[in-house]
Design a protein around this ligand. Structure first.
Ligand SMILES: Cc1cc2nc3c(=O)[nH]c(=O)nc-3n(C[C@H](O)[C@H](O)[C@H](O)COP(=O)(O)OP(=O)(O)OC[C@H]3O[C@@H](n4cnc5c(N)ncnc54)[C@H](O)[C@@H]3O)c2cc1C
Length: 458
């Protein structure tokens, strides 16, 4: 906000910040300034922000104030069908960037007052190592990614070690608006066109696709706000709701499940507010399958940790990784396999779990397999210095698979999946995704074909 206030001041505009419930604040300002127009951006937010907007709309009507909202992403309000959505996205993102030119004179002089601080908002210091905020930081992240860091994007985004640098790290900026999606998209397309290095251009094309996903997932929440609370496919209602184990939840939240890759990821997230996609997916998969926790409480907890919380992406992904969309392939991650694949030298685990620092590498992914004498020798007694695993991962995974695949086969689940696909699935050629695949495979296109399997983009 400091940077925004300075940038506006250069144009002769004041930044006034008021904190409080929106309608009384607007009413008070209206009393002081007598404005007749209100401008804001469209927000695809959680339920509380929708209720806030309804209250603002009602107040505007009563105060004869005209409220105009502007789009800020590729999300379309009151969308009737997903057909043609990708083309609309392209047109919006290719439209010229708006530049703020010249100086302005504020109609009234305003007492800008101090900007709020954590203390004035009644919040405790967070003590996290968060990435830098503001427009300058956003542009410098974008530049370093497009010029240098993005080179190994496709192969380096899966490991939490390399992803830290190789991912764009633009998510908080896109979520807070310190960088617009249009800006990111246009800069990326320019970098792809101009890059003399085919490998770099290839990497950036992978990234450009992610910017489309951003809006594709947000559109799901815009079209069906209930997915913040309910399963996409209602055939999955009741699956986990009555089995919530508070102790397992608490252990998962604290990063003390006894599974090093899960715990290292959680502790890294708690300390920095960020985690790469694959490790977010693994955390959620572990909670939803091995621990059989419903996605709503785990999702709320993660939303409060993510610096980049974006409700449309978040709730869609929470459900995808929990198997309740009905249309995506079930991905049940094994923390042991992820540790071996993504952290083969154990650097990430040792960085975030210092109690495992001296555990020999062959035991690092499953330290409970260490002989008790070795445990004592390396100063890591399982159950004392580091938790014993809170579940038997293999048994839990088998039980989860049986339940999920059993349910997916039912007529109700299939019907629901078709419905979800028709409403939310991607359309690359105007056909729903399963039909696209059948067409591509030269098979007859049948609209009642089983819904998308294996679609990350579903
Ligand atoms: C359970 C779960 C919850 C998630 N919650 C959020 C969230 O609240 N906010 C959020 O921005 N991302 C979320 N993601 C998606 C993804 O993990 C983050 O966008 C990414 O890790 C952010 O880092 P980055 O900007 O460096 O990503 P990059 O790989 O550099 O991607 C660039 C941008 O593309 C978009 N993007 C990337 N991957 C995805 C994806 N799978 N789906 C939709 N958009 C994507 C994001 O806007 C991201 O900033 C979630 C993923 C999972 C599995």
């Amino acid at each position: 906000m400091t940077e925004l206030r300075a940038a506006l001041a250069e144009r002769g505009l004041p930044l006034l910040v008021r904190v409080g419930p929106v309608v009384p604040v607007l009413a008070q300002l209206h009393g002081e300034l007598g404005f007749t127009q209100l401008f804001s951006h469209e927000e695809t937010g959680p339920g509380w922000s929708y209720r806030r907007d309804l209250a603002v709309a009602a107040w505007c009507k009563s105060a004869a104030v005209t409220w105009q909202e502007f789009t800020q992403t590729g999300v379309v309000r009151r969308l009737r069908s997903r057909a043609g959505w990708a083309q609309r996205w392209q047109i919006r993102m290719d439209a010229p960037l708006q530049r703020l030119e010249g100086r302005f004179t504020a109609a009234v002089s305003l007492d800008q007052a101090e900007l709020p601080t954590l203390a004035s908002l009644g919040l405790a210091p967070h003590g996290k190592r968060l990435q830098a905020a503001g427009e300058t930081a956003a542009h410098s992240m974008l530049k370093s990614f497009l010029q240098l860091r993005g080179h190994d994007y496709r192969k380096a985004i899966s490991s939490p070690l390399s992803a830290e640098q190789a991912c764009s790290r633009l998510s908080p900026h896109l979520a807070f608006g310190t960088l617009s999606l249009r800006n990111a998209h246009q800069a990326t397309e320019t970098a792809i066109r101009r890059s003399p290095d085919p490998a770099m251009a290839y990497a950036l094309r992978g990234f450009a696709g992610r910017l489309r996903w951003h809006c594709h997932f947000m559109q799901k929440l815009e079209d069906e706000p209930a997915i913040e609370f309910h399963n996409f496919a209602r055939a999955y209602d009741g699956l986990r709701e009555n089995d919530f184990n508070e102790d397992h939840f608490a252990a998962w939240c604290d990063g003390r499940t006894g599974f090093p890759m899960v715990d290292a990821c959680m502790r890294s997230l708690l300390a920095t507010g960020w985690l790469n996609f694959r490790m977010r997916a693994m955390l959620v998969s572990f909670a939803s399958y091995q621990l059989w926790l419903h996605w709503r409480p785990t999702g709320l907890f993660l939303a409060r940790q993510f610096l980049d919380f974006e409700p449309g992406i978040h709730w869609s992904q929470m459900q995808m990784q929990s198997g309740t969309t009905g249309i995506n392939t079930l991905r049940i991650y094994s923390p042991t396999k992820q540790a071996l694949d993504q952290d083969p030298q154990g650097l990430f685990i040792r960085r975030w779990l210092p109690e495992l620092a001296r555990v020999p590498l062959p035991y690092l992914a499953e330290p409970w397999n260490m002989d008790p004498a070795v445990q004592r020798m390396v100063g890591c007694v399982i159950g004392a210095d580091y938790p014993a695993p809170i579940v038997d991962a293999k048994l839990a995974m088998r039980a989860a698979k049986d339940r999920m695949y059993g349910l997916r086969k039912t007529d109700d689940a299939r019907k629901q999946a078709d419905h979800v696909q028709a409403r939310h699935g991607s359309r690359k050629s105007g056909l729903p995704a399963p039909a696209q695949r059948r067409k591509a495979a030269g098979k007859p296109v049948d609209s009642a074909a089983p819904a998308a399997q294996g679609e990350l983009f579903g």
